[in-house]
Design a protein around this ligand. Structure first.
Ligand SMILES: C[S@@+](CC[C@H](N)C(=O)[O-])C[C@H]1O[C@@H](n2cnc3c(N)ncnc32)[C@H](O)[C@@H]1O
Length: 416
């Protein structure tokens, strides 16, 4: 038996959806939605608190004329997935999603927005997406609402929150606040939060071509009309040449080494990557181009300035933290993966203690190889290492070529 799934956004139901409700033999839904749509008298209802319990009440499909009422578009982070997972056939009458409604209230386009859910999921991935991107919609949940988002982002991530409570309901309220203010207010569920970087919003508004030139945060949009929704397709090139970065005395991780480091770091949307001893910031910037949130750490003020210039030139977001590792790392949120380009085994040890997924270390001194491997192993990582030595083809007069040897580098990595 096909289950009719009706979305509700505060508007009157479409006639076909109203017909299904009028003929229902069982109606399942959230308390607010059941009240709002008006279930016909005498028809049994199941109030959906616990989704699994409600699905159990629907049974295995032998009931006639079951109607499920859910908020917004039930096919978008909604009940349709759970029903399909239990093998039910469904017909869907969607309403406007809370995300669509929130962007409408803010008067913004959203094909270039990142949409993340913290509803029943860990908050850190949503927070990292907000750090990395300038236009994010967050579906919130208990313990993962505007206050918790504000606490995670303030004061280092300047953003505007548009908190949209009870969209489409009489209790609807839309508030614009800074992350710090969000931590001190009381918010009502349900709500969806738009986390906006005003520069991104301005750039995307200026993009009359449809969003292609807009700033989704990873600097990889290229030009031309936007053709894919969300954060964009990712970088067309990586392991960029050293000439792509301002650097001092060739203090930049070479492209061949960066290629392996990036492969082992695996930076992506929702991740936080540290680049410790960042130098030019080349690794940090490449991680940001893959959509990750990134913090570049360097103790040298001139290096930090250089990193900021490189970040600006590549149109990415990278937070820069100046100070000596490991002490400065204490104040940073836990990373998924860390690249250590400078600092001894003590720094590697501190990074390995905090990294959730992986650590990659580039080093030149032979004596550091063993303590680095030991530091990774002590933190529970399976350590591997390789020595890389590239010989680049270099032109000679008369059209001939020679091999120009770069210094050998050890790349050590550990994964959990
Ligand atoms: C499981 S998701 C459901 C999303 C839904 N399918 C949609 O399209 O809006 C639940 C989350 O959606 C958001 N939400 C649902 N209804 C809302 C409303 N009326 N006003 C604001 N946010 C809402 C909240 O973030 C809530 O925690």
């Amino acid at each position: 038996m096909t289950i009719s799934v009706i979305g509700y956004d505060g508007s009157p139901l479409a006639p076909a959806a109203g017909d299904r409700l009028a003929a229902a033999s069982l109606v399942v839904g959230g308390a607010r939605q059941l009240r709002a749509v008006g279930v016909p008298e005498g028809v049994p209802q199941v109030v959906m608190g616990d989704v699994e319990a409600a699905l159990d009440a629907i049974g295995d499909g032998d009931r006639e004329r079951v109607v499920v009422v859910a908020g917004g578009d039930p096919g978008f982070f909604g009940i349709v997935r759970a029903l399909r997972a239990r093998g039910h056939a469904v017909e869907v009458f969607p309403a406007i999603s809370s995300v669509s409604g929130a962007f409408a209230r803010a008067g913004l386009s959203w094909d270039d927005a990142v949409v993340v859910s913290a509803h029943g999921r860990e908050l850190r991935r949503a927070v990292n997406a907000c750090r990395a991107h300038g236009k994010v919609a967050v579906l919130t949940g208990p313990g993962a609402g505007p206050a918790e988002l504000g606490r995670a982002l303030a004061p280092h991530t300047p953003r505007t929150f548009v908190v949209c409570e009870h969209l489409g309901e009489p209790a609807e309220r839309v508030e614009r606040v800074r992350p710090a203010e969000a931590t001190t207010r009381t918010w009502r569920d349900p709500n969806v939060v738009l986390v906006l970087d005003e520069r991104t919003v301005a750039a995307s508004a200026a993009d009359v071509g449809g969003g292609g030139g807009g700033d989704s945060g990873n600097g990889c949009d290229g030009g031309g009309p936007r053709w894919v929704a969300g954060p964009g397709p990712g970088p067309a090139a990586w392991a960029l040449p050293e000439t792509a970065f301002e650097h001092r005395d060739s203090m930049v991780t070479k492209a061949e080494v960066r290629a392996l480091a990036l492969a082992r770091l695996g930076p992506r949307l929702g991740d936080l990557i540290w680049d410790v001893g960042a130098g030019s910031g080349a690794v940090a910037i490449e991680c940001a181009r893959f959509g990750a949130a990134v913090i570049a750490v360097d103790r040298d003020e001139a290096a930090c300035e250089r990193i900021r210039r490189n970040v600006w030139a590549h149109r990415v977001r990278v937070a820069v933290s100046r100070g000596p590792a490991p002490a400065v790392l204490d104040h940073l949120p836990d990373p998924d993966a860390v690249f250590v380009g400078g600092g001894g085994p003590e720094v590697v040890r501190a990074c390995a203690d905090r990294a959730l997924r992986g650590v990659v270390v580039a080093l030149a001194a032979v004596e550091r190889l063993r303590p680095t491997c030991e530091a990774l192993a002590a933190a529970g990582f399976a350590a591997e290492a390789v020595q890389l030595q590239a010989n680049r083809l270099a032109p000679l007069p008369g059209g001939a070529h020679r091999l120009a040897a770069a210094n050998p580098v050890f790349v050590v990595w550990g994964a959990k």
